[in-house]
Design a protein around this ligand. Sequence first.
Ligand code: ADP
Length: 420
Amino acid sequence: MVPAELPTNESERLAALLAYDIMDTQSEAAFDDLAGLAASILDMPIALVSLLDSERQWFKAKVGLAASETPRQVAFCSHAILHQESVLEVEDARADLRFCENPLVTSDPHIQFYAGAPLVTPDGLALGTLCVIDQKPRKLTEQQRQLLLTLSRQVVTQLELHKKNRELQGLIKQLADSNRELEDFASIVSHDLKEPLRGIYNYAIFLVEDYGEQLDDDNRASLAALTRLAKRMEALIDSLLYYSRVGRVDLARQATDLEKTVDGVLETLSFRLQEAHIAVRRPTPLPTLTCDAARVGEIFRNLLTNAIKYNDKLQKWVEIGAYQGVTGEADHPGQSYPQSATPGQWVFYVRDNGIGIREKHQAKIFGIFKRLHNRDQYGGGTGIGLTIVKKIVERHGGQLWVESTVGEGTTFYFTLQEKA
Ligand code: ADP
């Protein structure tokens, strides 16, 4: 028996094998399928995806063999990896000096025929082989050799996918870690920043109550500004916390009758709607969809609140509706579709006859803390409502967009992706 020489790039090869993090992993259908395919197409009793470390060959996939590994010294694959671009074919091992005394030939599994195609990484390193074995002498046709090489390239593609998948898992873990850090940060913000802020607010109120009489108008105005700003800061912190929670907490998806969801939202807004003399139009019933009912309620609440706020007409109205359409086509005037719409996908909208939004501002309004008006105009606001709406829509795999004409009104549209 003549043992194989070590490849010239052996240390690099071993480092690459380590980086693939594949040795001694569970079997995977993709590798099993390729080994099975090699065995059945080439009509061989044994087929293996074999990987070579410094001591042994280990089988990531195997057909027709009980052993899970053998010492590297006796491995035919140790020879095959030296043939970077071609198949090593041993037609009759008993008549080959390199293998005739090999225990895999003289005893179980009694190898007589062997053909191995090296698994060459994109960096040119042969990690092992895809090999087929028979217990009688054989000879492959040129077409069969090419087939084995093609399948070996598919094995390498799977190895690459396996590696990418591991890397992805690592990134997902990192993401989970940084999300946890963000959660800690959120609670630090809520406790450590809000606490002193409340103190500032309370002391300003005490000052007004205890010394208000002795202060002149300017000083009183400064104190009033101080309390107003402290309140605003608290509202900003609260909305930032809410935004971060919307991004982190898992959706509670369930079959949701959106007609009922909107009923509930309108009920909570009924006082404001009456106060602003806004007529509510609901031309079409909304469907039942699988979504997070509370979060989708938030979408409607935010859009309706804006429709109430940003309207200066005498006869104000807001319309809530939904339609299903054909991909990318408007079935009726006033219906808009995202480019990625799938046939039958629901599009929801909230339309008003309010002040409208200039085209050049339409992309900006979805940015965090972006407002188009002075602090106290149109009832004020933190400028985070649409950012939250966008986040909820995106977490549902949907899209949000706006169409508007200044002085005539605005329509916000959104879609939601139903997941099984
Ligand atoms: P906020 O209402 O607290 O300012 P939003 O994120 O909900 O924050 O809205 C951002 C900006 O978009 C608003 O300040 C307003 O200028 C504009 N906007 C939102 N909805 C409407 C609407 N229905 N009509 C006109 N302008 C709107």
